[in-house]
Design a protein around this ligand. Sequence first.
Ligand SMILES: Nc1ncnc2c1ncn2[C@@H]1O[C@H](COP(=O)(O)OP(=O)(O)OP(=O)(O)O)[C@@H](O)[C@H]1O
Ligand SMILES: [Mg+2]
Length: 315
Amino acid sequence: MKRAKLRAPCMNILRQLTKRRNSEVFEKLQKLANQLKKRFAGKIGKIIVFINQKGGIGKTTLSHAFAYLLAKLGFAVLIIDIDPSGNISSNSEADRTDTPGVMELLLTTSKIDETIQYIEKYGYYVIAAPEGRQLESKDFIKMLDQTETPAMNLRNGTETLRDHFDFIIIDTGPNLNDATMNGLVAADEIIVPTTININSLDGIADLWDAVCSVRESGVNALPIRGILINRFNARGIADRETKDFIDQIAAALNAPVFSTYIRHAAIVERATKARQALTAFKEADNTPIIDDIYKFMEEYLKGENESVANKATTV
Ligand SMILES: Nc1ncnc2c1ncn2[C@@H]1O[C@H](COP(=O)(O)OP(=O)(O)OP(=O)(O)O)[C@@H](O)[C@H]1O
Ligand SMILES: [Mg+2]
């Protein structure tokens, strides 16, 4: 009984401390974000694709959390949903039937401004995926192949968007089909989420080939900004195994690994079930996984500030 009495106030104090820590971290992020915005006369106009043809490793979860947090930091954000599951579209309560979306954009049957929806509750914009996993249907892929420039349609369609958005985030599905290739061709940089699991290396050579084919086409240099470790479980995995996996995936993609790892946390499934972006999910406030996401954002924004500053000194 005595213990229970002591515990309640202790928990309150702990909660208050964590709250203060989280709001301090958010303030730090806001400073980095403001610093970055000031470096640009207009919008930043950067297109980032989250890609890994392995299914269920967290592309949607992380791209959605990242996009929402960018919007919360005051950036103008657009999400282009080419994941056939369309989870970001449905969680954003975007219209996936009557308003033209990413399918019409890819098939060049709609103009870009007809496809963009403002999502008031999250403060960002979405180009939605259609209902019923149509983006991976044979009919759609066939129609896409019959357009004049099947791999370039998204890039061509989004040409004018850089003037209107700071960040354009593309979520992709568990394959490297023509729709996903459109995402790669349109992007300025790639983030590759992965879990630490030897099976996660399956098919990584195909992703590397796809990246190389875009680079060789001369359309863009397509840097891999980083490999983002997700569902990390520090206790369950021997250090050697983790290190080996990280070395292998970094070598296979010739790319850096973000120093922030996103832990495995049950709250993610709850946010998924509640159809919310993890960073917008109230129950997840002040949990360690939100610390991870904030830390990742800090790493990302610091990198952006540094690279813009370096470009300015070399010009
Ligand atoms: N860090 C995490 N901790 C716990 N569960 C997670 C974590 N990240 C993702 N998940 C869960 O894993 C499942 C798959 O995640 P998600 O849909 O983001 O993967 P995906 O790569 O987008 O899948 P697909 O390739 O099918 O589009 C979801 O149910 C999600 O809640
Ligand atoms: Mg997904």
